[in-house]
Design a protein. Structure first.
Length: 531
């Protein structure tokens, strides 16, 4: 079933644009605690919603300090034409109704032109009533290209790859063509532009039958079942035994097996990053931060230059490029250009999150931050934090790790309360590094045992490793996602089959014969305890 709601339906390096139309999108985020009565659609339902601009204008090279915020037209011309570059801007506010599946910009053409390219910009601060040519923003190299446009045409431009997800977005349309064009602005009485956004229905966890263990730190809090009780082959235990020094397996929250001490605490090293990223999702849900498109320099004011443009999204995807220039590379990469595993990312993430939750920095009892975010809500007990030079480290037992994995397969819900937005969970466990350059030899704890021949793009979501392209665990489901740290600390999950595997001493190399493949080979069918 499709639901359509129309709010308005009338007719490598940042570089200075030669000619562009910039669109700034403020994607709204719900901050209401508890389950949603609106927003994410039910399974099988799509939502399409149209939005008018909340601001638009253009600027002119010949009048660099003039503002044209009240005009009915958006002029777009090349600087090669009479040395009069003209740049048009639009700003939209898009509500949060779940995961965006498509975003289409629709512009009415008033004067024909030869086409151009749409880019994304990181500068979202402009205002219709004050913008001039002097303070025009810059934009990223990635672009969506379109051809010639004709007068009277409603030009439809698919900008999904540039919008991507909820959050603040800016786009730019550029051209060097000899014939520029003019679009109608929101002030036009009949031909105002609009943005049409389609939202995916996000599959919700099977609450009927899923087991959310009571708070505690013992096996007594767990609901223990034999493999066959949850749709697994009994032989799965023997096949997994040599995969870790100690481990535990759950299906839909039912504990299937424990090998080793269930409640022995151990520092989980870089596995911490996955749960730090998840805390950003909680902060969005709780209204501590407006979106992951907020620049982290709002909180970390010492960041300057390109580093100051890095957003929470760039930090979580390890593409903030905070190491550069440096690490024997003098390029000053813009945020989003280069993927590099770096402890500078959790360092700044932890400081910024601490401030968002009212602390002075991450040395100021950071445990309070994660308790409030979601640790208390999922019943975690006995865990510890360590404030170190590279941020906050976690000390967990297998039980903690299992609860965290269950929160992921439950799409951010716990006992029918949404702690993390479901769309955030989906994005966290989906590859986010398309078109990014990659450096697997970072100088801040950034040496990763992958090569660019096999992995020209990092298989990475939000501080989470993913099998989205089926390249890390060939032959296994593309829905597997996991966090891991040195020493083989590992939490693996799959929403589709309800599996959570937590372990210490796990080999995390890419393989066609790993834990995901073993588990899949031993799934008899659906879990009979879950409807």
């Amino acid at each position: 079933m499709e639901i359509r709601q129309t709010a308005y339906q009338v007719g490598a390096r940042l570089a200075r644009p030669k000619m562009f139309l910039l669109i700034s999108l403020a994607i709204g985020l719900s901050v209401i605690a508890g389950p949603r009565s609106q927003g994410h659609s039910a399974v099988g339902t799509a939502l399409i919603q149209s939005y008018p601009p909340i601001a638009d204008t253009y600027v002119s090279q010949r009048q660099p300090e003039m503002n044209y915020g009240d005009t009915q037209f958006l002029h777009v011309f090349s600087p090669a034409v009479r040395d009069n570059e003209q740049i048009a801007y639009l700003k939209f506010y898009v509500e949060d109704h779940g995961l965006i599946s498509q975003a289409v910009l629709k512009l009415y053409v008033v004067e024909s032109g030869d086409g151009g390219q749409i880019h994304r910009s990181l500068d979202n601060t402009w205002e219709e009533s004050t913008l001039t040519y002097v303070d025009r923003p810059s934009f990223e190299a990635q672009a969506v290209t379109f051809g010639a446009v004709r007068r009277g045409q409603l030009k439809t431009l698919d900008v999904t790859s540039l919008i991507g997800t909820p959050g603040l977005r800016s786009l730019a349309i550029s051209t060097l063509a000899p014939n520029g064009t003019t679009f109608a602005s929101r002030e036009h009485p009949e031909l105002a532009p609009f943005l049409e956004v389609s939202y995916e229905a996000i599959a919700q966890p099977p609450f009927q039958g899923i087991n959310f263990p009571a708070p505690g730190q013992s096996l007594q809090a767990q609901n223990i079942k034999a493999p066959a009780d949850v749709g697994l082959e009994p032989g799965i235990i023997d096949q997994l035994t040599n995969q870790a020094s100690r481990w535990a397996l759950w299906r839909h929250g039912y504990l299937v097996y424990v090998d080793g001490d269930f409640n022995l605490n151990q520092e989980v090293k870089s596995l911490r990053k996955t749960w730090h990223a998840l805390t950003i999702g909680a902060a969005i849900k709780q209204g501590k931060i407006p979106s992951y498109a907020q620049k982290i320099s709002v909180w970390q004011t010492e960041l300057i230059g390109n580093d100051a443009d890095a957003t929470w999204w760039h930090i979580m995807t390890q593409s903030a490029s905070l190491d550069y220039p440096g690490c024997e590379d003098e390029n000053d990469y813009a945020a989003g250009e280069m993927w590099t595993y770096s402890d500078l990312n959790p360092y700044h993430l932890n400081h910024a999150l601490a401030k968002a939750y009212g602390k002075s920095d991450f040395f100021d009892n950071y445990g309070d931050v994660v308790r409030e975010a979601y640790f208390d809500a999922i019943g975690m007990q006995g865990w510890e934090t360590k404030a170190t030079f590279d941020g906050i480290r976690f000390v967990f037992d297998l039980e903690d790790m299992g609860r965290l994995g269950l929160l992921m397969i439950a799409r951010g819900w716990w006992n029918r309360i949404e702690l993390i937005p479901s769309w955030f969970i989906v994005e966290q466990e989906t590859k986010q590094t398309r078109a990014m350059a990659v450096n697997y030899n970072g100088c801040n704890d950034g040496i990763i045992d992958l090569n660019t021949a096999e992995f020209p793009e990092s298989p990475y979501g939000f501080m989470t490793w993913v099998n989205t392209d089926g390249d890390y665990y060939p032959g296994a489901s593309t829905k597997w996602a996991w966090g891991y740290g040195s020493g083989g600390t590992y939490v693996l999950w799959n929403f589709e089959n309800g599996i959570v595997f937590a372990g210490f001493g796990v080999s995390t190399r890419p393989t066609s014969e790993g834990i995901p493949q073993i588990i899949e080979a031993n799934i008899i069918g659906p879990n009979p305890l879950v409807e």
